[in-house]
Design a protein around this ligand. Sequence first.
Ligand code: ATP
Ligand code: MG
Length: 260
Amino acid sequence: MALDTLIEARGVAKTYQSKDGPVESLKPLDFSIREGEFVSVVGPSGCGKSTLLKMVAGLLPISAGTLTLAGKPITGPQKDVGIVFQSAVLLAWRSIEDNILLQAEIRRLPKAAARERARALMQMAGLAGFENKYPWQLSGGMQQRASICRALLHDPSVLLMDEPFGALDAMTREKMNLELQRIWSASKKTVLLITHSIPEAIFLSDRVIVMSERPGSIAAIYDIDLPRPRPLDVMGTERFAAYARTLRAHFFAQGQLDAH
Ligand SMILES: Nc1ncnc2c1ncn2[C@@H]1O[C@H](COP(=O)(O)OP(=O)(O)OP(=O)(O)O)[C@@H](O)[C@H]1O
Ligand SMILES: [Mg+2]
């Protein structure tokens, strides 16, 4: 294992045992993610992206292979990881601030400092003034931003995100992409992001893992060699377009148009 490798998968596979028999979700995968790296995963619906993320989070056991975080096998929920799920998963009876503070309660973090950090994160995510509102009083995009704040509250070194911006309008999504780039470069977090958006994957990532149809396997891994920090106009450049064409070709070759 290279010194700066943080997450390493060797022959990691997943077969779900359902009542109708085994469902092969992921074929053996090999990849490694370096400390501080931003890696995205793109692939057709049902190819096992969420499955992969849940295994890295330690929420789901692997069926074969070895999966390590900082050299230690991942055998259960990981402390130093923040997770943003595909839906916001906020508790309806708690205010937005209290939903974010749930992270601190579970981890028994000092209250006053956690509240201060929650407020700073809400400010960053454009949620200032909504601290005492309930989830049902917020738009879907705002709820998802609150769930990102919750994932960041304990300042984890690894951030796992499952299609976190899928429910946002295009303009808010671009704003969140910029914010995420800023947070990532300021905090040197290691990010694994699942997205259906090829431009989002290219814009944010050091490397993009392309997965093939179910049962998922890695079709290709691309280095995105664009200078940082990346302004939004980088999306209009020829180099960006070339990356987008290369990535899209995978999905057209599979007869899939899942990526938009
Ligand atoms: N608990 C489960 N039991 C049995 N099969 C499952 C279970 N969870 C997922 N699967 C199967 O594993 C496959 C991968 O599911 P997963 O949720 O990882 O896909 P995904 O790539 O995240 O898709 P999407 O882009 O639609 O979110 C699916 O085909 C699904 O049928
Ligand atoms: Mg999924």
